[in-house]
Design a protein around this ligand. Structure first.
Ligand SMILES: [Zn+2]
Length: 342
């Protein structure tokens, strides 16, 4: 029976994906108690801002996408808050909780000063007190984390790592980042850098697999990111063959059976396995979930687990390696999960 809003609850419209792939609007009756379990997540990306309203079971009730203003910081704050306001409109009385995923990180607060944004590729955000400004404009508290942490949390709460007690989420894309979730909650650490392995030095066993030292944009030499990012993969192929091919071109060629590309991807699998082995020795996660553009390379899931075994300090490696469940949506889902349900 179709229900309408009454004293015990109300009806929300939500989008459902049909088997045919089409998206249909359906109605869902929410009791007032379950409304309290809905959360807003916003992913602030370099090109788009995506906001979602998330049900407690992980289904997306509503999604809004707008372009990210690139020039002025104020415009970005306004655009993000507008998305939140629009999603809040279906909250009859109190507000839904709001989590925000950002491209960079908030520096740890010291001496009571506001936390400032750093390491953002949307450079107008760097040095700005984004969280404070958003909360001033909205009038209530929000939670904010970088996109690697939001990715890890989305996979831990509703994705590939739901059954894992401890998981490490890895971003392999333009950059190399990571996040740690334990029992479906983020572990952020004293300096708020937990999981940020991209700027650790590569192990000597990986240095043997590249021609020369690689300078990282952060000023250090031979960071993991210089090898495992898309650019790192491109450079590895160039060192071996002289050809300048983008990471995904290499992956496509390898899939088609190209010998040189297959060999480069195999070397990348060795590099990834050896870098991940040191994470396993410290964190010993139940599962590692790969994200970012390079996580689409299927060979990683076939080759890396076996290659890792030789470098982890155990005779029986139980840590699983998994592809992500969520693609682009992971940022907003993870951001919503920054407020746990209980
Ligand atoms: Zn670095």
């Amino acid at each position: 029976m179709k229900r309408t809003a009454d004293s015990r609850g109300f009806v929300v419209l939500c989008k459902a994906k049909l088997k045919s792939g089409k998206v249909a609007l359906t109605q869902r009756y929410m009791s007032k108690d379950s409304r309290l379990l809905m959360r807003i997540g916003v992913d602030l990306g370099g090109t788009k801002i995506e906001g979602i309203l998330l049900f407690a079971d992980g289904e997306v009730a509503e999604k809004i996408r707008v372009k990210t203003p690139t020039e002025k910081y104020r415009d970005t704050v306004d655009a993000l808050c507008d998305v939140v306001d629009r999603l809040q409109q279906s909250a009859p009385s109190s507000k839904y909780s709001v989590g925000i995923g950002t491209p960079g990180a908030l520096s740890a607060a010291t001496d009571g000063k506001a936390e400032l944004m750093k390491n953002c590729n949307s450079i107008c955000l760097n040095g700005e007190p984004l969280k404070v400004d958003i909360e001033k404009r909205l009038g209530y508290e929000t939670r904010m984390e970088n996109d690697a942490n939001c990715f890890a949390l989305s996979e831990a709460c509703y994705g590939a790592a739901q059954s894992a007690n401890t998981m490490f989420g890895v971003i392999l894309g333009t950059g190399t980042g990571g996040g740690i979730a334990i029992n479906q909650r983020l572990h952020t650490g004293a300096n708020r850098i937990a999981g940020e392995w991209g700027h650790n030095s590569i192990p000597s066993a990986v240095r043997e697999l590249i021609d020369g030292d690689r300078l990282c944009y952060c000023g250090r030499r031979n960071c993991i990111e210089t090898v495992l990012s898309g650019r790192g993969l491109k450079q590895s192929h160039q060192e071996r063959t002289g050809a300048a091919l983008e990471a995904m071109e290499l992956a496509d060629l390898a899939r088609q059976g190209d010998g040189a590309a297959t060999e480069t991807i195999h070397v990348y699998c060795q590099q990834l396995a050896r870098c991940l082995a040191s994470v396993v020795n410290v964190l010993d996660p139940d599962m590692i979930v790969l994200g970012g553009g390079l996580s689409n390379i299927e060979q990683l899931y076939e080759d890396v687990p076996g290659l890792m075994k030789e470098h982890v300090f155990t005779d029986n490696l139980l840590t699983q390696l998994s592809a992500p469940k969520f693609g682009d949506a992971s940022g907003a889902i993870g951001a919503a999960c920054l407020w746990p349900l209980n």
